[in-house]
Design a protein around this ligand. Structure first.
Ligand SMILES: Nc1nc2c(c(=O)[nH]1)N[C@H]1C(S)=C(S)[C@@H](COP(=O)(O)OP(=O)(O)OC[C@H]3O[C@@H](n4cnc5c(=O)[nH]c(N)nc54)[C@H](O)[C@@H]3O)O[C@H]1N2
Ligand SMILES: Nc1nc2c(c(=O)[nH]1)N[C@H]1C(S)=C(S)[C@@H](COP(=O)(O)OP(=O)(O)OC[C@H]3O[C@@H](n4cnc5c(=O)[nH]c(N)nc54)[C@H](O)[C@@H]3O)O[C@H]1N2
Ligand code: SF4
Ligand SMILES: [Mo]
Length: 720
């Protein structure tokens, strides 16, 4: 038995469930992770990532000294290079002076539009609040975004349009109070495993009925009463047909529709054509299943909807989310315990990074940058002259990546993201990265994107800093420093403050007191003064258990479910929809639909999990292909195959499995040596600007084993 020097309570750094962790420390080393049984979110349960995925903190490839590239790279000639001899270890002073010099020089030469920053949904609220403040207040740009754009942007826009708010309406653990719940576009058991446990308990112990709508045979189907296996990209017809049935059979909640919604008449006419027969023809879902699902959902006392990326990650992702919202507005299954519209948020702090203003159209707290009163409020709060803040909507991540070059973005600062793995159509992204004039990488590792950087600022991991994360059900929870920072790494908030002071100096602005914080709790206090929903969140109130926003003041107990009496926009609004097919449909040349996503053991571009023992659990990329398709193509399980789209090609092993339906193949997004995003299409949803990661056309052919990145199994990938 090891006796720990200390046990530090904190919050999991991986997914949006936000499980409570206890880090057991001996000699400044984490040797075990547990979770307290009374933890409000996860009751002592953890998935494999929370329990075992912490060892990236110690990985030998982690960079803990500031680095400057030895040879500055010319725009256009920039290359992706991991080699150590391309970098020089420098002091923090040198790295920050250099960064400030180059950024200010580009700003003075080309103005605000040349500057852009990616914030980080893995970092804390405090880190993100400060980084967006730096770029807005000092470089006067709203080109501030983060991975939420690649994630739930379609859900956010639809919820804003229909209800005026974008967060999950209820608490995930309330699922045990649902009689019926619908899960769609969510591989919950792999991506939100602890919420999946609660869902399974709802079915097994509380008799709830589960409806799954998903083109893949995800694990939750084993607990479902109904599974609607649709073709990717056909959610609007499926859910509109459910609405059609609910209206035709008068199963909707007339009183709710009258009192709390608007636009029902037009909506009702618009779904007349979405008969179950019509939906079946497009989606391949049996019409009777659609009718049964509609009845089951509408006739429940309390029914909830949970969804994830199968809904928003389409060129019509906003419409898909809207089609789900309509079901709740029709039936009134919202505003009570066990009901609601629940987009399961992905990253540990994507809700918080969005709340903190890491967005191009909004200041912290969703206050629009083009709203004069909001802009004035932030000018006062940040001690800026009237008119200082830019009123122009900024560019989104996807737009930033298309706007690099003369007249567009020249300098990019990336805090903890990896566009060279996560953006669609990587061959295009690569051209943009090559064209940048100056790239700052602030991370734990030199990932595929950091490899293009001019300067590397080593950040601490979550285990080495204090702060807060806001989980998927809006709960602001503490992150605690458990270890001393490795090497010379610094917490992100401190890096940002030190850089900001230098930038202010070079811009000739008077040094403000605004970058001198005694610690992150002061940063959250400042954020609480400008974001009413966070006004009552104080560190001392969340020492034991987090608070769910909105927390309007210091006596407010927090908000487990939203919209009890009204919606933020007043009435919930129906928006009639049309069915629009995916941009690229299968044809003779590219006969399969590719969908991409996640595996339980890995995280996005793999920067954390592939530098962890988790990599041993799933060391190699595999494309999931249905047995019927594999038999036709004479492809065997484990065989090397080439998957090609109009944009790129990858070679990886086949996994012949019922996990995917015929005609649909799945490639995980985690493996650099067979990067899914070399294949994906960069078509965007017109409103939310989210890419169509969940549908494009590919072909599959046998390949030679030698073409695999790892013909004999696992090899270490080369890194700094
Ligand atoms: N292990 C692990 N967990 C994670 C992450 C991770 O990288 N690894 N990432 C986190 C993040 S940031 C996010 S956003 C979440 C994402 O969580 P999920 O969205 O659950 O993750 P994906 O693997 O992208 O799964 C998408 C689901 O949508 C389905 N789907 C595909 N096309 C369609 C369609 O057209 N319509 C419908 N209705 N469904 C479709 C897929 O079959 C799959 O079940 O996961 C979070 N959790
Ligand atoms: N094909 C396809 N592509 C997708 C998706 C898909 O479903 N299919 N999903 C999209 C979605 S939903 C998302 S959210 C994005 C995710 O895309 P990204 O956010 O680009 O991916 P991550 O790999 O999570 O990048 C996190 C980085 O942050 C670093 N990091 C971790 N903690 C810290 C910290 O405290 N400070 C700092 N400075 N750095 C830190 C890690 O080392 C890593 O390099 O990918 C998108 N891309
Ligand atoms: S479910 Fe999410 S928050 Fe919980 S342990 Fe797993 S990765 Fe961490
Ligand atoms: Mo995400």
């Amino acid at each position: 038995m090891i006796t720990p020097d200390r046990i530090v309570p904190t919050t999991c750094p991986y997914c949006g469930v936000g499980c409570s962790l206890e880090l057991h420390i001996k000699n400044d080393y984490i040797y075990k992770v547990t979770s307290p049984f009374d933890a409000i979110v996860n009751r002592g349960n953890l998935c494999v990532k929370g329990r075992f995925g912490y060892d990236f903190v110690y990985h030998r490839e982690r960079v803990t000294t500031p680095l400057i590239r030895t040879k500055a790279q010319a725009p256009g000639a920039r290359t992706q290079a991991f080699e150590r001899d391309q970098w020089r270890e420098v002091s923090w002073d040198e790295a920050l002076d250099y960064t400030a010099d180059r950024l200010v020089e580009i700003y003075n030469r080309h103005g605000a539009d040349a500057m852009a920053v990616y914030c980080c949904a893995k970092a804390t609220n405090e880190d993100n609040y400060l980084l967006q403040k730096l770029y807005r207040a000092l470089f006067r740009t709203n080109n501030v975004d983060h991975c939420t754009r690649l994630c739930h942007a379609g859900s956010v826009v639809a919820l804003q349009m229909a209800l005026g708010s974008s967060a999950m309406s209820n608490t995930a653990a309330e699922v045990i109070h649902s009689d019926v719940f619908l899960v769609t576009g969510s591989n919950t058991a792999e991506t939100h495993p602890i919420i999946a446990l609660q869902m399974k308990a709802a079915v097994e112990k509380h008799g709830a009925k589960l409806i799954v709508v998903d083109p893949r045979r995800v694990e939750m189907i084993n607990w479902s009463a109904l599974w609607l296996p649709e073709k990717p990209g056909t959610d609007v017809p499926v859910f509109s047909a459910m609405a059609h049935v609910i209206i035709r059979e008068r199963l909707y909640n007339e009183e709710f529709v009258r009192r709390r919604t608007e636009g029902f008449e037009d909506f009702s006419k618009s779904v007349a054509k979405f008969t179950p027969e019509y939906a079946e023809a497009i989606s391949a879902v049996d019409r009777n299943l659609i009718v049964r699902a509609a009845r089951m959902y509408a006739m429940a006392k309390n029914a909830a909807i949970y969804w994830a990326l199968g809904i928003p990650e389409h060129s019509h992702g906003t419409d898909n989310a809207m089609a789900l919202i309509h079901l709740a507005l029709l039936t009134g299954h919202i505003g009570r315990r066990g009901t609601g519209l629940n987009p399961l948020r992905g990253q540990n702090n994507v809700q918080g990074a969005s709340d903190s203003g890491a967005m191009p159209w909004h200041y912290p707290g969703y206050q629009r940058v083009d709203d004069e009163a909001a802009a004035r409020k932030f000018e006062q709060a940040w001690n800026l002259e009237p008119g200082a803040l830019n009123r122009k909507l900024g560019l989104t991540t996807t737009e930033i990546m298309s706007a690099v070059g003369p007249g567009g973005v020249r300098a990019l600062h990336i805090m903890g993201e990896n566009p060279m793995m996560s953006e669609p159509n990587l061959n295009h992204t690569r051209q943009m990265m090559e064209r940048l004039e100056f790239l700052v990488a602030q991370d734990l590792f030199i990932n595929e994107s950091g490899a293009y950087a001019d300067v590397f600022l080593p950040a601490t991991s979550w285990a080495e800093k204090d702060g807060t994360f806001t989980n998927t059900d809006r709960r602001v929870q503490r992150v605690r420093k458990a270890l001393e920072p490795r090497g010379e790494s610094l917490p992100d908030w401190e890096i940002v403050c030190r850089l900001a002071e230098r930038i202010e100096e070079r811009l000739g602005r008077p040094r403000s007191a605004f970058w001198a914080y005694a610690g992150p709790s002061e940063v959250l206090e400042e954020m609480g003064r400008v974001v009413p929903e966070y006004a009552g969140v104080k560190y001392r109130r969340i020492e034991k258990q987090g608070l769910q926003t909105p927390v309007w003041d210091e006596d407010h107990p927090g908000t487990p479910h939203l919209f009890t009496e009204t919606f933020p926009r007043g009435k919930g609004k129906f928006h009639p929809l049309e069915y629009v097919a995916a941009v690229e449909m299968p044809d003779e040349e590219y006969p399969f639909i590719l969908t991409t996503g996640r595996l339980l053991e890995h995280w996005h571009g793999g920067t954390l999990t592939r530098h962890s023992k988790l990599d041993d659990l799933y060391p190699e990329a595999r494309v999931e292909i249905n047995p019927a398709d594999a038999a036709r193509l004479k492809i065997e399980d484990g065989q090397a195959v080439r998957v090609s789209s109009r944009r790129g090609t990858i070679v990886l092993r086949a996994w012949v499995t019922e996990r995917t339906t015929a005609g649909v193949v799945f490639v995980p997004m985690h493996f650099a040596e067979a990067a899914a995003n070399l294949l994906t299409i960069d078509a965007l949803d017109p409103l939310a600007k989210i890419p169509e990661y969940k549908a494009c056309a590919v072909r599959i052919a046998p390949a030679k084993k030698e073409e695999l990145a790892r013909p004999e199994g696992k090899v270490q990938r080369g890194r700094y």
